[in-house]
Design a protein around this ligand. Sequence first.
Ligand SMILES: [Zn+2]
Length: 607
Amino acid sequence: MGEVTMSKGSFWALMFAFLGTTLLVGLLCGLLPNRDADCTIKVTEEPEEPRSTSSGPTTPPQLWEKIRLPTNLKPHHYDLFFRIDITNEEFSGTNTMLIECLQSIDIILIHSKLLVIDDNSITLAQNGGGGAPGVTRSWLYPENQYLVIELDGMLEAGTSYDLTIAFSGPLQEDLIGLYKSSYVNKDGDTKWLASTFFAPTDARKAFPCFDEPAHKAEFTVTIENEPGYFALANMPLDGDNETIADGWVRSRFQKSVPMSTYLLCFVVCDFISEEKETQGGVQFRVWARPEARNSVRYALEKGADIIDFFEDYFQIPFPLPKMDMIAIPDFTAGAMENWGLITYRETALLYTEGVSSPRNKQRVCTVVSHELAHQWFGNLVTLQWWDDTWLNEGFASYVEYLGVEEVEPDWGMGASILRMLQNFLGEATFKKGLNSYLTAFAYSNAVNGDLWFHLTQAADEDGKDIDVTAIMETWTLQMGFPVIDVTRSYGGNVEYSASQHRFLSNPDSEEQNTYPDLGYKWYVPLTHTSSANPNFQGDQIEWLNPDDEGYNKDIGEGSDSDWLLVNIREYGYHRVNYDANNWQLIAQQLEDDNTVRKRRVDCELNL
Ligand SMILES: [Zn+2]
C-alpha cells in the first residue's frame, strides 16, 4: 500500500516494526461502517421486520450483522461494465459475477457502499443453464456495507451461478473508490480525469463485490467515456477502442489474472506517456499530465531496471503483459500498487533533472521500487487478511531497498529486521525460500507463518539448522528491539559476555506486553570483530537466545589494548553497549577508523 509521507526506508522499516499495531488499527477503522455517510444515499432500507422470528438475547447474529462475509460463496469472475460521465459527475454500470456455491445458502451478501442499486436489475441464473432460485427482495445494510439479496430457494453446493447487478453512483472529488480528479494546465484551465483508489475497502464504492482480499477473482473490464479522454486499466486493451453513440469511446480490456478487489484500478484521462520494454518483454509506460512530459524519464528508466531486478531476484517473471505507472494530481497516499496500473502522487513519480532536488530523486526511486516489489509480494501472493499488514508492508519496505541498491548503488541501506533475516540465512537461501513461498501461493493468499515456514525449509535444504518461525516470532510479535550489553575480559585471552534487555527511549515508560511468553527477549544473531583480527564480513554468526544466561564467547588471543566491535555492518537489528574500557579503546581508534567511528556515534546517540 502507499505511504502518506516518506523519508527514509529505514524509517518505514522502523515504523512498521514498532507502530504496526497503530497501522493495523487504522486499517481496521477503514473497515468499520460509516453509518452517516451510507445512510444519506441508500435507496432501499433494511425491512422493518427482518426475517428473524425470535429476538431473545441468545439469538445468534444474522449473517449481515457480521463484519466478515459468509464463506458459502466464492466469486471466480467479474464482467464489469462502467459508463463514466466526468462532465455530469456520475457513473453507472453493470456487474455480472460468476459465483461458485461451496455450501448451500438462500441469501447472498455482497459489499456495496454509497452505490444506488437498481433492485429490479438483480438477476440470478445457473451458469451454463439450468434452474436457479429467484430473487425475492434485496436491501442494503449500511452498518456493514452489505447489499443483501434474499432468494426463494437454496443455492446448491457445487453449482456455479451468474449474478447480475446494475448500479450507479456519484463521481465526486473524494479521493476514494471511483472518483473525479483535476489539474490546472499552463493556460489556467481546469482539466478533469477519473481515477480509482480501492485499498483497503473501497472497491465496494465503485461496484458491488466480495470486497475481501482472500476473494481473488478474474476481472474483465469495459469502460465507456466521453470524447477527449481515454481509459487505462490493470490489463492491456482487448482489441481497438470503439467509438459509439455521441462520440463516446468504449474500451474493453483483457481478462485479468486472479487478483484481490483492492488491486483493481482504472483511469480515464487525457495524459501522455513515455514507454520502453523491459528485458523480459513487458511493455512499460509512465503517464503524466501533458505538461509533465519531461519529468517521467527517470521513473521509466529506473522502474524498468527494477522490474528486471525483481524478476531475477524472485525468479518469477512479472505476471502481466504490461505495466503502467501514472501520476495522479490529486492523491492522498504516496502511491498504490494496483496490479499493472500503479497510481502515484506526482511528487512520488515525477523527477525533473536539474530542477527537482536530490531528495526528490531518492523518493521517486524508493517509492517506485516499493510499489514494484508489491507486484509480487502483495499482488501475486496476498495476505489472507489485513492483520498481516506488517509482513506485506515490512517486506515491500525491505525489498524496495534491494531494488534501489541495484539501480542507485551509492545510496546505502538502512537496518531492518528483514535485512537481518537475509543476512543470517545467507542471500542464496533467502532467495530460494522467497521463490518457494511465492510459487506455492501464487494467485492465492498466505499468512505470516507461511513465509517463515518456506524460509525454514530452504535453510533445511541448504544444511542450515535455523528455525525461522521461532526467531521471527520474537521480532514480529513483540514491539521494540534489544540492547546487547557486552562486557569483555582483560588479561590473557579475550572473552566477552553478552546479555540483552529491551531498548527503551524512555526507560521509565511501561507498556503492557501483548506477548508475555516472549518476555521482551529476542533471538539475536551476534557478529564481532576486534583490532587483533579485523574482519568486517559479518558472516560468522553466534546466536544469543532468549533464555541464554551467562552467554560467553572466547574470541582468542588478543591484548588489553585491542578494541572489540559487536554487530558488524549493523546486520543485527539491535544496539550494543560496551563496558567503559572498551568504549575508550574504540574512542582511541576514532581518528584512524571511520567505520568504527560511525558505529560508535550511532550507539552513543541512542544510549
Ligand atoms: Zn506498501
